[in-house]
Design a protein around this ligand. Structure first.
Ligand SMILES: [Zn+2]
Length: 163
C-alpha cells in the first residue's frame, strides 16, 4: 500500500508499540497489515488422513484448507472447503491451534482443526490435482508445509496422551 485509502496522502512509516507500520500523516489512518484467516483441517477417515495437492497452493501435498469468508466461522469454512476440495461431508471435532505464516506475498493466520469425514466418494474439485488418504506417519513425510507438519505432530501428541 502506497497511498492512504481514506484521503490519498502518501503513507509514511511510523512506529507503534515497537513495530513499524504504515500510517497516514494527514488523517491518522494506520495500515495494520493484519493476517488473513485460513481454516485448515486434519481430516480423519478410517484411521487415515486425507491429503490433497492443490493447484493454487503450489501443487504440493497439504491439508484441505481455504480462506474464511465474510461472516463465516472458521469451523464452517473448513467444512465448506472439505466438501469443495474432496466431495466429503465432515464434522469438526476439536481445535488444533493457530499458526502464523508469512509467504512473502501474504500474511496468513492458519486456524487448524481436527475433523472427521463421513463415508463418501473422494472426488477432487478442478483446483485439486490429486487426493489421497494415508496413515499419519506417511502424511508427516508427505506434507510440504512446516506448519501443517506441526499441526499433525500436535494432533499425534494429543492422541498419545488420551490413550
Ligand atoms: Zn489519510
Amino acid at each position: 500500500m502506497n497511498y492512504c485509502p481514506l484521503c490519498r496522502t502518501e503513507l509514511v512509516i511510523k512506529e507503534v508499540k515497537d513495530s513499524e507500520v504504515q500510517g497516514c500523516p494527514k488523517c491518522g489512518f494506520t495500515n495494520w497489515d493484519n493476517p488473513t484467516p485460513v481454516a485448515t483441517g486434519l481430516l480423519l477417515r478410517g484411521g487415515k488422513i486425507v491429503i490433497v495437492r492443490s493447484r493454487t497452493r503450489g501443487n504440493q501435498w497439504g491439508l484441505p484448507s481455504g480462506f474464511v469468508e465474510r461472516d463465516e466461522r472458521a469451523e464452517d469454512a473448513l467444512v465448506r472447503e472439505v466438501k469443495e476440495e474432496t466431495n466429503l461431508e465432515s464434522s469438526v471435532l476439536s481445535a488444533l491451534g493457530t499458526y502464523a505464516i508469512d509467504n512473502g506475498r501474504k500474511k496468513i493466520l492458519l486456524i487448524a482443526y481436527e475433523a472427521i469425514a463421513q463415508d463418501g466418494r473422494l472426488a477432487p474439485s478442478s483446483e485439486i490435482s490429486e487426493i489421497d488418504e494415508v496413515p499419519p506417519d506417511a502424511a508427516l513425510k508427505l506434507l510440504k508445509g512446516m506448519e501443517e507438519r506441526r499441526i499433525l505432530e500436535t494432533w499425534l501428541k494429543g492422541r498419545l496422551k488420551s490413550t
